[in-house]
Design a binder for this molecule. Structure first.
Ligand code: ZN
Length: 131
């Protein structure tokens, strides 16, 4: 591999790039499961961590509870989040916990929470003024 020439050689990112690319290839090739390949691709996008920069403002419903953070981090890492079980929707939920992302019953629950949050003044849908 040729060494970077000046002025590019003055930037650490130029030196790091080949090792990062090799590591990404190694990690990506270690997964044969399409679920993990897609997950890895999704968490590798530049904006995939933007939610970590959101200010935890409760008045705007931006504060995540511990369970929400646990699930979000678990989905990013690809770890098992629950035990496999039969969902009331009639489908099987696996240990990855990803069923809830597409389950019709979970959608109804999320919709109810969103409506409740908006009606209570959360999500900054309605301006609220505090003295
Ligand atoms: Zn379900």
């Amino acid at each position: 591999m040729p060494l970077p020439a000046f002025p590019a050689s003055a930037k650490q990112a130029v030196w790091d790039a080949p090792a990062i690319t090799a590591d990404k290839t190694l990690v990506s090739s270690s997964y044969s499961d399409s679920y993990h390949q897609v997950r890895l691709s999704a968490v590798s996008t530049p904006q995939s961590s933007d939610w970590l920069h959101a200010l935890p403002i409760s008045a705007c419903s931006l504060r995540l509870d511990n369970e929400t953070v646990r699930v979000a981090v678990g989905l990013r890492l690809g770890v098992d989040l629950c035990t496999p079980h039969d969902c009331p929707s009639g489908k099987m939920a696996d240990a990855r916990g990803s069923h809830g992302l597409s389950c019709c019953l979970a959608f109804v629950r999320r919709l109810a929470i969103t409506k409740s949050t908006i009606s209570s003044g959360g999500l900054c849908a309605r301006p609220t003024f505090h003295p």
